[in-house]
Design a protein. Sequence first.
Length: 88
Amino acid sequence: MAFYVLAHPEQHASAPLVEQTSGQPNLIAEVGDSQIAVQVANHPDGLKMAAAFAWNLAKAATEFATRCQELAMSQGTDAYGKHAEFTG
């Protein structure tokens, strides 16, 4: 069964790496009162598969961030017609 999660990041959204138990890393996406955790599957190739997924996610996240920043800068001008500074 598939399901889809739609998140609208706001000011306090974050994506930390958490490793409460040594050797069991978790990637957490926190948006509002919700969290999504990415964990390592419990089988021999679990770490390799998680790493491959995370690298793919990192590439897509970088592309997403770049595009959002481009769009924000094209829309955000200050009173002097200069682009507002983007802080991320």
